[in-house]
Structure formats: structure tokens, C-alpha cells
Design a protein around this ligand. Structure first.
Ligand SMILES: Nc1ncnc2c1ncn2[C@@H]1O[C@H](COP(=O)(O)OP(=O)(O)OP(=O)(O)O)[C@@H](O)[C@H]1O
Ligand SMILES: [Mg+2]
Length: 396
């Protein structure tokens, strides 16, 4: 959608119209038009300017304004409708919702309340008006550092893109110590701090080519460079970026740091799935159980949170017994512990194991993990095994 959101304020009461318009003008993302004449004139204006959002004051007659609201939502279903009214009656709220309103704001309204409602509506509009793509956000969260979160993010992303033919972007939200660019051996990547200042003006083209990882079929937004830029990233910026990425990509794979802060939480909230990466060492199991308890408290469903045990070996089953009992939670997948030398090789070459050794048990289990919660991906394992090599980043 265009980045400036056209908003039409229909208020036949000139004095409230002036107040509300004043508040709206402070919101940078929107342009505001007002109509104070009549509902007929307002409808002509709607046809003329094709607003994204309409704010309608139920004034002077509640009934007449509600009929008009119904007319808008029936004839112009793509326009988001926010209703404003002095009426405190619960039935009026119900009637407004039935007439097609997405939000109901009681007058007088606080500036923050109005701006919040507009912000939420813009988010919904952007999602609806995307290019038909409504990408899935999958966040990888490790209950402890070093459990393999980045390894699983990279390999899942490469598999989805390379064998599943999906448009994939990897987003490094391990803000201080993210290593996605290192894992892909990229000397040049686009770091988050270079994307965020342009959020309001980004278009899909800017979110594709400049982010491409050559030869891998995925895009990457690396963690901020330099390290201290990490502290300037806000949850609201991350939310806005994720919404934009959903318009362009089939999958947004987020690698998070092993810390639950505001930025991580916002990404987890917005995720379709969270891959909670664990391992069978006691400190990791301990942290994993605490995370599962927190996610439950927050209200994340068991379908949303998938528990994945990384670096699994058949000996673990023998030692620990049924893994579901270890965590008191269903284990979604186990990713085997792969040979250390070839794992090092993947890091050295910057080519994920799923590309280097697609038939390895590790790579096959990564595929199973993705397929099992996305169902319909048709993986083409015959795809070219040609991989690019370049001088390892660590040697530069
Ligand atoms: N299934 C596996 N088999 C063998 N080695 C693995 C496996 N998963 C991860 N590793 C290795 O474990 C090390 C840590 O992995 P990785 O960097 O992905 O962990 P992380 O959880 O992202 O760490 P951090 O908390 O530092 O971000 C790496 O050397 C990686 O190659
Ligand atoms: Mg990592």
C-alpha cells in the first residue's frame, strides 16, 4: 500500500471535527481529509479520494449515522471504519460493530487513544493490502545461549528457500551478538540499523534485492552494526518491519538472542510459530521448562510454541526416557547431533549443512521439522547442489 494512509474524518459537528483533526494531523503516517457537510457529500468524497480509513462521528442522529456506517462497510468493504461517539451505551457499541466498525472510540477521546486506534488500523490495512502475500513469521528462540538457535534458523531458511521454493528472509534479532551474516559468510550484508530509519518509506523493491544473499535464494537483515547500535532498536520498529516483510516474503525467520526483552517479546508475539530450541543438558532443560511456563502464562498456545531438541543422539532416549516427560511438554522434533568436523566446515565455508549435505539426517530432520507445521511445502531435493564458496569471513 502507499506509505501515507489517507484518512477521511466525517464529522457533522464542526467543533469536534476541528479537535479530532488536530490530533490526527500529529500522526506522521497519515494524510487527513475532513467532511462536515452531510452524509451524501461525505459519500461523494469517499468515491473521490478512496480513503484507507474513515473516522465517522455518530452525529447528530445516531440511527442515521449508523445506517451510513452500514452503507460504507457494505459498498466499500476495503475501507477500515472507526466510529466515534459520545454514547456510553453498550448497545450502541454492539450496533456500531455490527454496522462494520473495526474500532469504537468514546468521545471525548484522548490523543494517545486515538493515535493507538489509528496505528492498529494502519497495521491491519497494511496486512490486508499487501501483495497477497501474508508471510509466516517463525521465531527461533534458545532457552540458553549456544543451543543451536542460529544453526537451526539458517538451515530451516535455506531449506525453505532452496528446496521448497519459498521467498524467505532471515532477520537477526540477536541484536548485540547475532551471527547470521557470519554463518552465511557474508562480507557485505544489510544490517538492521540501516533499514530502520527508512521504515516509513520502504517499498517491496527496497526489501528484496538489497537484502539478497547471493546464491542462496534467501534474504538477510543482519543484526545492527556496530554493536552499540543494538540499544536503539525499539519494539515498535520491529513490529513495523515485520509487517512490511510479511507483505513481501512467504517466510520471515527470526533468530533471537537467548534473552526475553521487549524487542524479542514483540517478535514472539507476532510470530505464527516459535521454535523453542533446547538440548538435553540439565541447565538447558531447566531454562526450557521456565520458558515454557512463561509462554503458557503469556497465553501462547501449544500449537504456536514448538519444542525442538537439538544435538539429539539415540543415546539420549536411552538415558532420559520419553522426552515429553523430561519437559512436561510435547517434543515437536529432534535434530541430531551432527559430525563436528563437517559442522565446522559449514561455518568455514558459510554454506549451511542443509545445502552441503542435503541427505544427512540433520538436513532431513530440518525438512521434517518445517514440513510438519506447514504441511503443503513440496520440497524438490533434486535441485542443484552447486554451492558458492568464498574466503571465510573469520579470516578477513
Ligand atoms: N545439530 C547440531 N549438530 C552439531 N553441531 C551443532 C548442531 N547445532 C549447533 N551446532 C554447533 O553448536 C555451536 C553453537 O550453535 P549456534 O551458534 O547455532 O548456537 P546459538 O544458540 O545460536 O548460540 P548463541 O546463543 O551464541 O547465539 C556451533 O558451533 C554449531 O555448529
Ligand atoms: Mg545464535
Amino acid at each position: 500500500m502507499k506509505n501515507s494512509v489517507t484518512t477521511l474524518l466525517i464529522d457533522l459537528n464542526e467543533s469536534t471535527c476541528g479537535i479530532i483533526a488536530g490530533m490526527l494531523e500529529e500522526i506522521e503516517e497519515i494524510t487527513v481529509e475532513c467532511e462536515t457537510g452531510s452524509f451524501d457529500k461525505a459519500y461523494r468524497q469517499i468515491r473521490d479520494i478512496r480513503p484507507d480509513i474513515i473516522l465517522l462521528h455518530l452525529y447528530p442522529s445516531l440511527e442515521e449515522a449508523l445506517v451510513f456506517a452500514r452503507k460504507i462497510s457494505t459498498l466499500e468493504p476495503d475501507i477500515a471504519l472507526i466510529i466515534l461517539s459520545q454514547d456510553q451505551n453498550a448497545q450502541t457499541v454492539i450496533n456500531a460493530m455490527r454496522a462494520g466498525a473495526q474500532e469504537y472510540l468514546r468521545l471525548p477521546v484522548l490523543k494517545e487513544e486515538l493515535q493507538n486506534a489509528i496505528h492498529q488500523t494502519i497495521v491491519k490495512c497494511r496486512q490486508k493490502k499487501g501483495k497477497g502475500t501474508d508471510g509466516k513469521i517463525i521465531s527461533f528462540f534458545g532457552a540458553k545461549g549456544g543451543v543451536g538457535t542460529t544453526t537451526l534458523t539458517v538451515n530451516a531458511g535455506i531449506s525453505l528457500a532452496h528446496y521448497g521454493n519459498k521467498k524467505v528472509v532471515l532477520l537477526d534479532l540477536n541484536l548485540q551478538f547475532g551471527q547470521l551474516a557470519l554463518f552465511l559468510n557474508l562480507k557485505k550484508s544489510c544490517p538492521l540499523n540501516e533499514v530502520l530509519p527508512y521504515l516509513d518509506n520502504l517499498n517491496p523493491d527496497m526489501l528484496t534485492k538489497p537484502l539478497d544473499v547471493p546464491g542462496e535464494g534467501v534474504a538477510l537483515i543482519a543484526n545492527p552494526a556496530p554493536l552499540e547500535a543494538a540499544e536503539n532498536v525499539t519494539p515498535a520498529q520491529v513490529e513495523q518491519l515485520l509487517i512490511l516483510l510479511k507483505e513481501v516474503y512467504d517466510y520471515i525467520l527470526v533468530d533471537t538472542g537467548p534473552v526475553i526483552d521487549d524487542v524479542t517479546l514483540r517478535a514472539l508475539d507476532m510470530s505464527d510459530h516459535i521454535i523453542l530450541v533446547s538440548g538435553l543438558e540439565i541447565p538447558v532443560v531447566y531454562n526450557t521448562r521456565r520458558c515454557l511456563a512463561l509462554f503458557d502464562k503469556i497465553g501462547y498456545s501449544r500449537d504456536k510454541v514448538k519444542l525442538v531438541v537439538n544435538r539429539h543422539s539415540s543415546y539420549d532416549d536411552f538415558e532420559f526416557g520419553p522426552l515429553d516427560k523430561v519437559y512436561d511438554y510435547e517434543v515437536h522434533s529432534c535434530i541430531p547431533n551432527h559430525d563436528r568436523k563437517s559442522m565446522c566446515d559449514t561455518l568455514y565455508k558459510g554454506v549451511p549443512l542443509s545445502r552441503l549435505e542435503p541427505r544427512a539426517k540433520f538436513s532431513q530432520n530440518i525438512l521434517k521439522m518445517i514440513t510438519s507445521f506447514n504441511g503443503s511445502i513440496d520440497f524438490d531435493m533434486k535441485k542443484s547442489k552447486k554451492v558458492r564458496y568464498s574466503k571465510p569471513l573469520v579470516n578477513n
